[in-house]
Design a protein around this ligand. Structure first.
Ligand code: SF4
Ligand code: MSK
Length: 626
């Protein structure tokens, strides 16, 4: 098939729903993408600036027009400032999400968050100990109160370094200290980036980029890490479980509610409400055979990981699922929620509800959730969704759902290995597993939906490389069937043998986009067990279809943590060859890892395999020519 639908997405549900939207005259993200072409070349290269109102300014990359902005900023300064602000926005988003969870933890501690509980008290104690909080004789609530306070302080701390930096291997911490990039307060680094990039502050592109590294680390080893740890404490540390993915998870005969966004605080309460016997009876009285809660994007991933809730799709599926006509309500929190969704929903019967005080959208009813009222509010929303069930028009659920295994927290992975990372290290040393790659990030209409994730994953696992994935990448590979035992047939013989013996698929779902920190923790555990740094390991990262500022920040903290990372889409930096060279070569001397940019996942796979074999050689392990 070679029509416009198959050039937009590799998924069958996507193609069929996109076709339906077009037939019905409903505009999609792909239509709007086409309408924007050709993109502004200055912006694509990072050579436009609107930081102040002496501008906006732009620099001519061909050397014929202006070479400086009104203030005198050259191409290097302009690109570095733009990139710095991108990193700051990404760090702010993930870390503010972490702060919201810390506040819920504090409310739970003083019994002001009815319905929420401390689900993993052992983890609460473990994490509290890292913050210097002893558990002796204290009730869990008291520990939670102290931990919530200690974590809140990390945001504006007066300490020298963030607490969780200590989780990194000692050699890595030393590198950061020597470079002067060990992160201090979480908010401080983001705030300082905004300060440095104001006109007339930091006008040394190298110094700006160094602070970009520190800013990204304040997220990866700070705000995002706090988000993941507190989510585990409040909602349970994920354990492997089986569920279903793609638009086929929607049920024709049930009330369908979809949760979208990133923060599990609202969706957790909706999950409880969907199991409420009175509400189930109400649904039955309306003629529905139950209430089906499903997710999209990372709120979906949070529920999939912990409760096995089915997943309807990833970023570019969020408009498409509405076109099924089967979604009675979509409840959103924040991040990655396209402002178009209310308009699309208005073409069907879907009721759209926003829930966060900091995220409102056109065409959505706003029902603000706070820890104090969340349980009651969730019930009201479920009632509203039930009431919407008989307003449905035509329902089109295009495909059967696909089975997928999720729930691979670091604790679950180490548990599956028998309580120690040693079996994984032995398998890597013996060459049965050549290495491991974290595939992360979004969908982006610049790339055929899921093509980058799925192609790269296939090429890696068939070459005995274990894949761990998060965010929308993890949904892409789940839809393609990589997260079931049958997928071992697609893996190379060594990976097949090891994963087969452990009863896990060759591609492990480690969570949402804040959960990329689980990859850092796992890499640290492997490095510490071997007595080396993260940059010595035969591992890599990839973001084949990234679009968001958060993904840019993740990429920078991966590289700064020593993980070679291959990006699909090019970031807006090509206006400065100095910066391109620093990010793709120079960083090796500073942090032992670099970025590469390769839009073709076949070629990206070769880059990654070459890198992994190079690291194996340096470690004295059997290696091969790629
Ligand atoms: Fe122009 Fe400088 Fe103002 Fe940017 S900061 S808009 S380059 S004058
Ligand atoms: S939801 S940041 S599109 S992964 Fe986390 Fe997906 Fe990327 Fe959003």
């Amino acid at each position: 098939m070679n029509d416009k639908y198959s050039s937009s997405t590799i998924t069958e549900d996507g193609r069929l729903l996109l076709k339906k939207m077009e037939r019905e005259g409903v505009e999609s993200v792909w239509d709007r993408f086409q309408a924007q072409l050709p993109n502004c070349g200055y912006c694509e290269m990072g050579l436009s600036c609107r930081i102040c109102v002496m501008g906006p300014c732009r620099i001519d990359p061909f050397g014929e027009g202006p070479q400086r902005g009104v203030c005198g900023a050259d191409a290097d300064i302009m690109v570095a400032r733009n990139l710095g602000r991108m990193i700051a926005a990404g760090a702010a988003s993930h870390s503010d999400h972490g702060r919201d969870l810390v506040e819920v933890l504090g409310k739970v501690a003083v019994n002001e968050a009815p319905g929420y509980q401390l689900r993993d008290v052992e983890k609460l104690k473990r994490v509290a100990a890292e913050f210097g909080i002893t558990a002796d004789g204290k009730k869990p609530n008291q520990i939670a109160a102290e931990l919530s306070d200690a974590m809140a302080e990390e945001y504006g701390t007066r300490k020298k370094e963030l607490t969780l930096v200590k989780r990194a291997p000692a050699k890595r911490q030393e590198i950061w200290r020597k470079l002067g990039v060990a992160p201090r307060g979480i908010d401080r680094e983001t705030s300082e980036m905004m300060h440095r990039t104001h006109m007339g502050v930091d006008n040394d592109w190298k110094s700006l980029l160094l602070h970009g590294i520190r800013n990204s680390l304040s997220d990866g080893w700070g705000g995002s890490m706090i988000a993941t740890e507190v989510s585990d404490i409040l909602f349970g540390t994920p354990k492997p479980g089986v569920t279903k993915v793609n638009a086929g998870v929607l049920k024709k005969d049930q009330v369908n509610i979809i949760v979208h966004g990133h923060n599990p605080v609202v969706s957790e309460m909706l999950l409880h409400a969907c199991q409420d016997p009175d509400l189930l009876k109400m649904a039955k009285d309306k003629g529905a055979n139950g209430i089906n809660l499903a997710g999209v994007c990372c709120t979906g991933n949070e529920l999939l990981m912990r409760a096995g809730i089915p997943m309807a799709g990833n970023h570019l599926t969020t408009e498409l699922v509405l076109a099924t006509g089967a979604v009675d309500m979509m409840v959103v929190d924040y991040q990655c929620i396209m402002p178009s969704l209310g308009t699309v929903a208005a073409c069907y019967h879907t009721k759209m509800v926003s829930t966060s005080d900091k995220a409102r959208f056109p065409g959505m009813e706003h029902q603000e959730f706070h820890p104090e009222n969340a349980a009651a509010k969730a019930k009201t929303l479920v009632k509203d969704a039930i009431a919407n069930f008989d307003r449905r028009g035509e329902v089109f659920i295009p495909v059967e759902s696909v089975e997928c295994m999720g729930g691979f927290s670091v604790e679950a992975i180490v548990g599956a290995l028998g309580g120690t990372p040693k079996p994984l290290i032995d398998a890597i040393a013996a060459g049965k597993i050549r290495g491991a790659v974290g595939i992360v990030g979004c969908n982006n209409p610049r790339i055929k939906q899921d093509y980058g994730h799925v192609t790269l994953t296939q090429r890696l696992i068939e070459n005995d490389i274990l894949v761990v994935d998060t965010g929308c990448a993890s949904v892409a590979t789940a839809k393609a069937g990589f997260k079931q035992s049958k997928a071992l047939e697609k893996a190379g013989p060594g990976l097949k043998e090891v994963c087969g013996a452990l009863g896990v698929p060759p591609v492990l779902h480690v969570g949402s986009c804040v959960d990329n920190v689980r990859i850092l923790v796992l890499a640290s555990a492997l490095a510490n067990a071997l007595g080396v740094d993260i940059s010595d390991l035969p591992i890599a990262g990839a973001a084949p279809e990234w679009y968001s500022e958060k993904a840019a920040t993740i990429g920078v903290y991966f590289v700064a943590s020593g993980v070679y990372t291959v990006l699909g889409p090019m970031p807006p930096i090509t206006g400065s060859m100095n910066i391109v060279k620093l990010l793709t070569e120079g960083l090796n001397d500073a942090v032992g890892a670099t970025f590469a940019v390769e839009a073709d996942p076949e070629k990206a796979a070769v880059l990654i395999r070459t890198h992994i074999e190079g690291k194996r050689k340096k470690l004295g392990l059997p290696h091969m020519q790629v």
